[in-house]
Design a protein around this ligand. Structure first.
Ligand code: PAF
Length: 283
């Protein structure tokens, strides 16, 4: 496994790999890896000839009051996890390498970024699509892998790829959960023991919504109210949003019943840690 820190070196390597008719799989990450990331890596290893994992905590996708400076980082731990998975390359650039002082171009996907995290975290998705667009041009992947936990991110990247004609297949992989149901996230490491217990309210909300639908209680307002009550009863919590949306356009649906597939999306602060989760409800 080789560690590449320079953009032009990565680009040259990628061009050489393509010249030899070998396919490239990219797993973009911000490091502090967990089993969720490793399922993406394994899918890339299965599907493509050469797997590149990027590790870059992207400053431009964090708001001024968000956790950029305290975001967990442990390159040695990540490196040894990826070595065990037989990854071919880690792309590990510095901030200066990715963003020159005169950097002034961004990618902005409209529509699907309007609601949910797009509303709570202004500028976040512009930061994500800009860095992912750059990574695509640097690593030249045939396929790129993203987790469905960041559902809105996945929809946004698919839209960017379609609109801007990136010749890349975007592959979404199911959420990986801890044994008790908490969705895996690098941010779970912020939680105290007590907060960790409270964090289960996100998964419990999903189970409650699914149970209501199965019992025929499909009214969207009623489902949202039941979830909000469950979360409000849980210590250390503050709701950012509980929404039910169209899974493709991400337009929020306030009234009516669950019919067909709908996305339940949640963002909840547990103490100072903001966690997200989601599930498809099928009416
Ligand atoms: O999901 C993430 O870890 C990040 O948003 C990504 C896609 C690596 C872009 O920085």
């Amino acid at each position: 496994m080789e560690i590449i820190t320079k953009v032009n070196q990565m680009q040259m390597l990628a061009k050489d790999i393509k010249k030899n008719n070998r396919s490239i799989g990219l797993v973009p990450t911000m490091g502090y890896l967990h089993e969720g990331h490793l399922t993406l890596v394994r899918a890339s290893k299965r599907d493509t000839d050469v797997t590149v994992v990027s590790i870059f905590v992207n400053p431009i996708q964090f708001g001024p009051k968000e956790d950029f400076s305290r975001y967990p980082r442990d390159f040695e731990r990540d490196r040894s996890m990826l070595e065990k998975e037989c990854v071919d390359y880690i792309f590990y650039p510095s901030i200066d390498e990715m963003y020159q002082p005169d950097f002034s171009t961004t990618i902005n996907v409209e529509g699907v970024t309007k609601n949910l995290c797009g509303a709570s975290r202004p500028g976040h998705f512009q930061g994500v699509t800009t860095v992912v667009g750059k990574l695509f041009n640097i690593v030249l992947p045939d396929k790129a892998y993203f987790g469905e936990k960041d559902y809105q991110q996945l929809v946004t990247i698919k839209k960017m790829v379609k609109d801007l004609n990136f010749p890349i297949e975007i592959i979404g992989m199911p959420i990986v959960r801890e044994n008790d149901g908490l969705a895996m996230s690098s941010r779970n490491s912020y939680l105290s023991e007590e907060e960790r217990k409270s964090a289960l309210c996100l998964y419990k909300s999903i189970l409650l919504a699914k149970e209501m639908v199965i019992m025929g209680k499909k009214n969207i307002k009623d489902i949202i109210i039941a979830i909000e009550e469950l979360i409000k009863k849980t210590p250390f919590t503050k709701i950012d949003y509980v929404k039910i949306c169209d899974p493709e356009t991400l337009e929020c649906i306030e009234d009516g019943n669950i019919d067909g597939k709908k996305l339940l999306a949640l963002a909840v602060f547990i103490g100072n840690t903001r966690l997200i989760d989601n599930a498809i409800l099928e009416g």
